[in-house]
Ligand binder design. Sequence first.
Ligand code: HEC
Ligand code: HEC
Length: 614
Amino acid sequence: MINVARSLLACWMGLSVAVYATAGSSNSLMDISSDGRLLVCSNRDNGSVSVIDLQEQKTVRQIPVGLKPEGVSFIGDSHHVAVAVYAEDAVVLVDSDSGKIIRRIRVFDEPYGVVSDRAGTRIFATLDYPGRVVEIEVATGVVKREIQAGRFLRGIALTSDQRQLLVTEYYSTRVQSIDLASGEVRDQWVGARTDNLCRQIAVHPTRPKAYLPHLRSRVKAVHGEGSIFPYLSVVDTVDEPGRRRKRIPMDAFLGNLVTANPWEVAVSPDGKQVYIVFSGTNDMFACRELDDNYREVEFRKHLQLGNNPRAVRVSPDNETVYVYNALDFNVVAYDTEKLERVGTITVCENPLGKQVLEGKRLFYSALQPMVGRRWISCSSCHPDGDADGRTWHNPEGLRNTQSFAGMAWTHPIHWSADRDEVQDFEHTIRGKLMQGRGLIEGPVQPQLGAPNAGLSPRLDALAAYSNSHKFTLSPYARGGLNEGAERGRTLFASAETRCATCHSGPFYSDSRPAVPAKIVRHDVGTGEQDDTEKMGPAYDTPTLLGLYRTAPYLHHGKALTLRDVLTSFNRDDRHGKTSHLTAQQIDDVVEFLKALPFQDPEIEAGQLGLRKVR
Ligand code: HEC
Ligand code: HEC
């Protein structure tokens, strides 16, 4: 019986291969139309999508779509493209032939990955922070369904039978399968507790396999050889006993060739080739897919790529593999047989300026002079300047990774304000964590005191990039503050709670850049909450902007919710006064905090004549 069913299935799937093209089936920052004529890629740094004519091997147009576009997908076999515009909370449909915007579809927050069904009638997008999938009807642009499926969803793929959606959680790498008929989560494949930063998932066209690139963050080992590891995980997508999820360590895949920061994986439409790109070591493994449930893939060739490769796709005829070097602003083509370079296509001009580009390349680099041990780069813990969702066991105590948004306005930096400029991260580069040669020639100045700025143009570039991150507005304040948040705002500003005495100004912090640095720290009773703390008990006042998406809280990351910060972690009223507040009032303050920022803080900062670090 089972065998009959199996062979029927195999037969059905075999039939479907002929008509199956991968356009749109797995999320990526790049996609190829099913007729093989066009390639699109999203330019996160300049807010556009580039359309490449693959016959002419050139970019034929750039279509502005909005801030930080991420996933792109051709819709069915058309030349229409869906783009997830991350920082503008919109899925934008464009016509890649004419360059026209067909429609902008508002979604709640942070669309990241997008795929289309084969018929081109529906598209599905993951919403990162809210952990939702939205199903959009292409003809009308109407959001037909929203499915809650965990937290921070990025990867998304549609299985070849078009019945299941596979989605991945960014910070846990958990894969979930959503049954499209019922809209329910039917199955899940959990990773190891240390698994982290999974942006993408790709399905095999005929076999029940899905591939996901990710890393592993071992927060208890804060040194170059032990903290960050690259993986390709393979999931058996069948709903039967014995289905597995296995991790293939990419740093041990080819002898001792260590790679860093896997970003995307591609499976060729014939299912025979698998490619994985590494954005830290700037390279790629080309592999053969094996019909072997243990080994899964076999090494073919290691290719050195350009700067910060973030996407890879194979043409529908299986003959060409395209790699997107995000910080060279180009797409490079290789023939899949010899794996030799056959073309290079510029997708856009450098929109970042020379200095920030140089800094960004260094920030993403897991090579010298930044790093001696290849596994790690600044971006392994600060991807795109955001947090990695982890609390590291640093020598000074527990330290929750912070986002860089607004950092230029809120120096000094670090929870303990023990550094006054990003150039002080020369100490991190040369230290145990990264073991790099470093960027300064000659002696390094201390973390506080004499400046490290001005000693190395490249270090100054790293700082300029790090300081370039801005806030996006809270999705909870789209129509302005709601009633609860307004009440919370009044409580926050009251003399009784004292919140606004430390969390002051447009960035809700009393940290301001100054020369020489002005260090203000407060003991709010949180230092005693961690036995391993060596520096406390006073900390720099953190900004409160963007809190809605940065749980857990406090330097030690022990407060899981904002309510916890105000209650169980403030029992003796040393962190503002909260003990007199009713449960409703606490909710109101939380409602207010979740709504931050509800206006662009840089506008107010400009009006007040505040300075930021360059
Ligand atoms: C192993 C993970 C890891 C790596 C790698 C890493 N960081 Fe960090 N970073 C952290 C953590 C954790 C914190 C919070 C530490 C603290 O405040 O004491 C942090 C804090 C920072 C801050 C301060 C943010 C703020 O708002 O105060 C900056 C700036 C920063 N890192 C830059 C860098 C740069 C530049 C590199 C590469 C040279 C780098 N980091 C590498 C984990 C990492
Ligand atoms: C005396 C100065 C001071 C006052 C008053 C104060 N805070 Fe804080 N706040 C801090 C400091 C310092 C920290 C960092 C403490 C830590 O991480 O251990 C902090 C952290 C926080 C955090 C966590 C931020 C994060 O990113 O994890 C929140 C939320 C917060 N404060 C809200 C409030 C509210 C609401 C009030 C009023 C009830 C308040 N604070 C009053 C100084 C203050």
